[in-house]
Design a protein around this ligand. Sequence first.
Ligand SMILES: [Cu+2]
Length: 184
Amino acid sequence: MSRRLTRTAGPSRTTSTHAISTRAASTAHRSRTSRAAALAAAASLAAAAVLTGCSSSASGPELKVSGAFMPEPVSDMAAGFLTVENTGDAADKLTAVTSDLSDDVTIHETVDQKMREVKSFDIPADGHLDLERGGSHIMFMKLKKQPRQGEKVAVELHFEKSDPIKVALPVEAPNHNPQHAKKH
Ligand SMILES: [Cu+2]
């Protein structure tokens, strides 16, 4: 297998450029106010719930995907990047990604500028998972066709708890990097 590929893009002499962001591990965005509001709403709706058959206020992961893209591939493999935000009160995991583009799609982390496959990525409660250049990413091997800039690649994200989410990755320029502006 040819999975153990070293990164060749970018200046390999410098070591600090592609440091992995640790922000994903922190749970920066806590919003207790919305939970309090939800509890109040749930209390006032308790009687109504009897009529509608609703269970108590929903809890669990609440996932939303943003910032997805794929740099135009320059070989028969490609990478995908995106952010999964979890506004729910329970953690989830990204466990797999599927796509018509490839039968060999895996999720990779990057350690010491080398990437390796992982079984899953944590998506903390009130937190987010960032797949970004120089760090964790979706890996597409043995592409069935060569997507071009301006096209979209459909993928389906699979999670431990949440239902799958379909995402269309816009294909951007090979060197596209939205993270570039915010220096680490
Ligand atoms: Cu990879």
